[in-house]
Design a protein around this ligand. Structure first.
Ligand SMILES: *Cc1c(COP(=O)(O)O)cnc(C)c1O
Length: 357
């Protein structure tokens, strides 16, 4: 029998979440951010489900190549920008727009003499990751406008550091900075990641750049995607491959970290950190067995984990165990692992079988 570990990708949920984003900002265009293999859900599969988006955002030219090879003709934007002169030829060949965020890219463009490339010019409005300083932004914009190999309609963009925190003053600070340094005549702007789409209407502008929300992932700490009307796009599940009766006082798994308080049934499930499930979860983190919560006990190992079946004595080998998805938000598991939901869906490994439903 094939290994039962499965990531089911819910196409309807992806479409529902795109509609939810459009409803939040009906006048804006939507870039569906599909970097990191569609946040771990599968690039081509996600692009197909979200073909109604106005553009796709990727972090690597190889992803743009995959999208074009699969026949997608939408606008594609290379969010991390090009690195070297040879990338410009690829951008042209694939008809992909690029972010420009650093002076070295201006020099590469100045030395280039090909056909016009579409540019999204990035301002560092306070996150201090990528982008031109606000003071040099307008000058850079004008320099790009004067280049024959840069297309007209340069999009002005910036990225928020804290838009997932509704009370954090950094977002309004970044907004003010962006608006104050916007070049005259610049009329197409893009600021909003998922959190800003749902919580900062003043940031909507002409283009949204939504990632996590499309996959149903929460955009604020302490909340789940469902709190924002989003549906989870991934259900991760496996099956019990063994049930053991273990005596009181015996220990379970590596390092014997779980001590059985009484004689009890233990379920062994075919999933572990080799599948992308986090090893460092808090003891007692739940999984769903036949729709009801059971605690994971002992260490998560590479291929296996163990669950406490005392609440489900009728459980049988072959029963399905859900690690996250409908009924068990991935945010809850992320919190128990000291990370965010984005990292968990991105970390699913290649041996997990993907299915669409
Ligand atoms: C990843 C990314 C996004 C999407 O962010 P989410 O929080 O997933 O919505 C938007 N813009 C840029 C530049 C990004 O790199």
């Amino acid at each position: 029998m094939a290994r039962a570990t499965t990531a089911r990708i819910h196409i309807d949920a992806l479409r529902h979440n795109l509609a939810r984003i459009r409803a939040a900002a009906p006048h804006a265009k939507v870039m569906a951010v599909v970097k990191a293999d569609g946040y771990g859900h599968g690039l081509e599969r996600v692009a197909q489900a979200l073909a109604g988006a106005d553009a796709f955002g990727v972090a690597a030219l190889s992803d743009a190549q995959r999208l074009r090879a699969a026949g997608f003709s939408q606008t594609i934007v290379l969010l991390s920008g090009f690195d070297e002169a040879a990338d410009l030829a690829q951008l042209r060949q694939l008809s992909v727009a690029t972010v420009v965020h650093h002076p070295f890219q201006l020099e590469l463009l100045a030395a280039d003499h090909g056909s016009p490339i579409s540019v999204w010019l990035k301002m560092d409005s306070g996150m201090h990751r990528l982008g031109f300083p606000p003071e040099s932004f307008a000058g850079t914009y004008r320099r790009l406008q004067s280049m024959p190999n840069v297309a007209a309609d340069i999009v002005c963009m910036s990225h928020f550091a804290s838009s997932d925190e509704p009370e954090n003053p950094q977002t309004p600070d970044q907004l003010r900075c962006f608006d104050a340094h916007l070049p005259e005549g610049a009329s197409v702007c893009s600021l909003s990641n998922s959190a800003a789409v749902l919580a900062w209407p003043a940031a909507h502008r002409q283009w949204l750049r939504a990632g996590g929300a499309l996959y149903g992932l929460s955009v604020a700490s302490g909340k789940t995607g469902a709190d924002f009307g989003l549906k989870p796009a991934m259900t991760l599940s496996t099956r019990l491959i063994s049930i053991q009766q273990v005596c009181a006082g015996e220990r379970v798994g590596y390092a014997g970290s779980y001590l059985c308080p009484e004689d009890m049934p233990i379920g062994v499930a075919a999933i572990g950190y080799g599948d992308g499930y986090p090893r460092n979860i808090r003891p007692g983190t739940p999984a769903l067995l036949n729709g009801r919560r059971v605690p994971i006990i002992g260490r998560v190992s590479m291929d296996l984990m163990t669950v406490d079946l005392r609440s489900q004595p009728q459980a049988a080998v072959g029963d399905e165990l859900t690690l996250w998805g409908e009924g068990l938000p991935v945010e809850e598991i992320a919190e128990a692992a000291g990370t965010i939901s984005y990292e968990l869906t991105c970390s699913i490994t290649r041996r997990v079988r993907f299915q669409e439903d």
